[in-house]
Design a protein around this ligand. Structure first.
Ligand SMILES: *[C@@H]1O[C@H](CO)[C@@H](O)[C@H](O)[C@H]1NC(C)=O
Ligand SMILES: *[C@@H]1O[C@H](CO)[C@@H](O)[C@H](O)[C@H]1NC(C)=O
Length: 148
């Protein structure tokens, strides 16, 4: 009796987790404070639990950019590449401090921004080795100077 109810409980937990894993999370999720205050330590929390639950391969790289979307970009605002991570588990927390004196921030103080989370997975093949695939997720974010 005891072992049967344990099995029933773990089946419930399994289906509950699957339900919280929408397909959109296949490249991971990312938590961070909004707005991003320049010159202050910003903590990012990436979570690849659902990527694994949905059957994607191991995460090889988590790459992160802060960029001005094309619709708001003068053409002279290149993406800021702020982290390349090689997560060892499903959760990866890291901290970044953006330079408030960077010319892109000072020249275009009203620019709109988005965070790009670019997740590279490895798909294994027995015959030809590894194929890497990258998926991107975009998160709108405000970027402000500390004095604002
Ligand atoms: C990571 O995602 C999983 C699945 O959604 C969730 O159960 C877990 O609590 C998350 N971890 C953190 C630290 O938020
Ligand atoms: C981007 O958006 C801001 C705020 O709306 C605006 O002041 C600025 O002129 C826009 N820049 C471009 C290149 O569209």
């Amino acid at each position: 009796m005891f072992s049967k109810s344990l099995i029933a409980i773990s089946a419930l937990v399994g289906s509950a987790l699957a339900q919280t894993c929408p397909e959109v999370n296949r490249f991971g999720t990312l938590k961070f404070p909004n707005p991003i205050v320049l010159g202050q330590a910003i903590t990012f929390q990436a979570n690849y639990t659902c990527a694994r639950e949905l059957g994607f391969g191991p995460v090889v790289y988590g790459d992160f950019f802060l960029q001005v979307p094309e619709s708001n970009n003068t053409g002279f605002q290149p993406p800021i590449y702020f982290a390349r991570r090689s997560p060892s588990g499903d959760e990866d927390t890291f901290t970044v401090t953006f330079d408030p004196t960077y010319v892109g921030f000072t020249t275009y103080p009203d620019a709109q921004y988005q965070i790009v989370q670019a997740t590279t997975h490895a798909a294994q093949s027995d015959s030809y080795g590894t194929t890497l695939t990258t998926g991107e997720i975009f998160y709108p974010v405000s970027v402000v100077q500390a004095s604002n």
